[in-house]
Design a protein around this ligand. Structure first.
Ligand SMILES: C[S@@+](CC[C@H](N)C(=O)[O-])C[C@H]1O[C@@H](n2cnc3c(N)ncnc32)[C@H](O)[C@@H]1O
Length: 270
């Protein structure tokens, strides 16, 4: 069965998701985009496919740092592609284009020297098939870069009941929508089994200390609001209100420094 993000989303759902993704780009993306760009530059990648590009903000951040490469962002949700194209018109970049397409084994056989995917493999109902399809679309020596959640790794140096309750609610939402909240932990082994080599996995920590309080606050609030709107029984109004109050205590939060974890994997097709 397809996961929620492999299926049809309404215009309103897409708009809510887009606000969360844009906040994620400003927060975690401010750490991840330079790391992705560095790998693409080091490996001389010129022709990059981004699978599940969403509303395009993350790809545009990466593309701005690698002007010599061409980027194609594909996304099966036509509403999201429309938003990505509007974003591109507002900040024109000649090295980026977007297309509406579903990525699986039947997707165009053109080969790329890099494939990127961020928070998309976790939504695949057939992750091994997804990775085989990525492998087949890479040139020999080509690079795969994946950024995926490690949601159970969300934590805080000092136990924080609000943050713990939020993590529990997010894990329940992942289960409900058919996504693998912790696929980041499995990336290394999955890439190796698919046939990739030079596999590297690192964890990126997003917290007030690493991205700044305002970006952290914005991404937490938009994600919590999205989860509450879509699944009010899983992230209840009471928790949302508690989080809003919690996020007003800037000094306390900066002192405790709660964090979320993303796995950043890179690998080569031999
Ligand atoms: C959580 S969003 C991440 C978007 C973007 N990569 C980012 O980091 O902001 C995942 C996106 O992948 C899209 N998606 C999921 N499976 C896909 C597939 N097989 N082919 C194309 N798009 C897919 C969804 O529609 C959604 O927009």
């Amino acid at each position: 069965m397809k996961s929620m993000l492999e299926s049809y989303l309404t215009l309103e759902q897409t708009a809510l998701l887009a606000a969360t993704l844009a906040a994620q780009t400003r927060a975690s993306g401010s750490l991840e985009a330079p790391l992705v760009a560095r790998t693409l530059v080091e490996r001389g990648c010129r022709n990059v496919l981004d699978v599940g590009t969403g509303e395009g903000s993350f790809l545009l951040e990466v593309a701005g740092r690698v002007p010599r490469a061409r980027f194609l962002g594909i996304e099966h949700n036509a509403f999201a592609v429309r938003r990505a194209e509007a974003r591109l018109r507002r900040s024109p970049r000649r090295n980026v284009r977007f297309e509406t397409a579903f990525f699986d084994g039947a997707f165009a056989r053109t080969r790329h020297d890099a494939v990127l995917t961020r928070y998309t493999l976790q939504h695949s109902s057939r992750p091994e098939g997804f990775l085989r399809a990525v492998f087949q679309r890479l040139e020999r020596g080509g690079t795969f870069i994946a950024l995926e959640s490690v949601e159970s790794g969300m934590d805080c140096h000092v136990p924080d009941p609000v943050w713990q309750e939020y993590r529990t609610a997010l894990l329940a939402v992942h289960e409900k929508i058919g996504s693998d909240a912790d696929i980041g932990k499995a990336l290394g082994g999955m890439l190796r089994r698919t046939g990739f080599r030079q596999v590297r996995v690192e964890f990126v920590i997003t917290s007030p200390a690493t991205v700044g309080f305002e970006r952290f606050r914005a991404v937490v609030l938009t994600t919590a609001a999205l989860a509450h709107t879509l699944f009010p029984a899983l992230l209840r109004r009471r928790l949302l209100a508690r989080m809003e109050t919690w996020l007003r205590d800037r000094t306390g939060i900066e002192r405790r420094d709660p964090y979320v974890v993303t796995a950043l994997a890179s690998a080569t097709r031999p």
